[in-house]
Design a protein around this ligand. Structure first.
Ligand code: BTN
Length: 279
């Protein structure tokens, strides 16, 4: 393996197969995204690198992708476990023409694109756990970390950070996540081509992003809701030290989760963890 600037590499690693991005890129037909990959062997976080590129003027559709992350980040300050060569870790630079208040719609749009892609590779249907976890058989298979730069009137850029467990063997998952995580390989019963998944994902993102830009969030929301299997169910929402119990009603136009509290009052949840209640 050889490395050049900041770990960006031409990867030749015995026994481990890096992503073959050139054939993938030449076969991609996108309407909105002019895909350009920045491929790293190991990097702290693709989101961090994508932010730097966006600050330096990266164009919409530039994608930072890594074989491994040494400081993969999840929502709410969590770690995203990112071992080499088995999964996908990517961050897409987007520059949507949306008012800043609508920035959260980008996460929901990406969750629909990701769920549509997962559905092509698993026999069991994926579900979205608000706001952006993709679950199969109740276990987490993929997540999205969206980071935005906004000014008073406009969104400067959005970084869509996507992590997907592809060929991550259950037995090799750290104990802390083993009980609640899964991978495509575990669901499909066979290894899955990372390139095939990535190609589909980019096409679905391109399509959903186009729908959001041209037809608006009203066309994305029902697709998101169709993957959301907690509507009408009792849930607990954990927001740091605060907890709220109620019935999940769905999302509003800004992607907030609407929960009807026990005295009939409606709450708009902007960040937190949703836990289904079974009693
Ligand atoms: C979550 O479910 O908590 C979000 C996980 C997002 C992980 C991805 S992996 C690629 C990108 N880089 C990061 O550091 N995080 C996101």
């Amino acid at each position: 393996m050889t490395a050049n600037d900041a770990g960006k590499t031409i990867v030749r690693c015995d026994g481990a197969l890096p992503l073959q991005l050139e054939p993938l890129q030449s076969g991609l037909v996108c309407q909105r995204l002019s895909v350009k990959f920045h491929h790293y062997f190991a990097i702290d976080s693709t989101n961090t690198r994508a932010r730097q590129l966006a600050e330096d003027g990266a164009r919409e559709g530039e994608i930072v992708i890594a074989e491994q992350q040494t400081r993969g980040r999840g929502r709410l300050g969590r770690i995203w476990v990112s071992p080499p060569f088995v999964n996908l870790y990517l961050s897409v630079v987007l520059r949507p023409e949306l008012p800043p208040v609508h920035a959260p719609q980008m996460t929901l749009m990406a969750a629909v694109a990701l769920a549509d892609t997962v559905a092509c590779f698993t026999p069991d249907p994926p579900a979205i756990k608000w706001p952006n976890d993709i679950l199969v058989r109740g276990k987490k298979l993929a997540g999205i970390l969206t980071e935005s730069s906004v000014s008073a009137e406009r969104i400067n850029y959005v970084i869509l950070g996507i992590g997907v467990n592809i060929n991550f063997a259950h037995a090799l998952m750290p104990e802390a996540i083993r009980g609640r995580a899964t991978s495509l390989m575990e669901c499909a019963g066979e290894t899955v081509s990372r390139e095939a998944f990535l190609g589909r994902l980019i096409q679905h993102l391109d399509r959903c992003y186009g729908i959001l830009g041209e037809a608006g969030f009203d066309r994305i929301a029902p697709r998101w809701e169709a993957y959301f299997n907690l509507r009408g169910q009792r849930v607990r929402v954990e927001m740091g030290d605060e907890t709220l119990a109620g019935v999940a009603k769905g999302i509003d136009s800004n992607g907030a989760l609407i929960v009807e509290g026990e005295r009939g009052q409606f709450h708009r949840i902007l960040a937190g963890d949703v836990v289904p209640l079974t009693d």
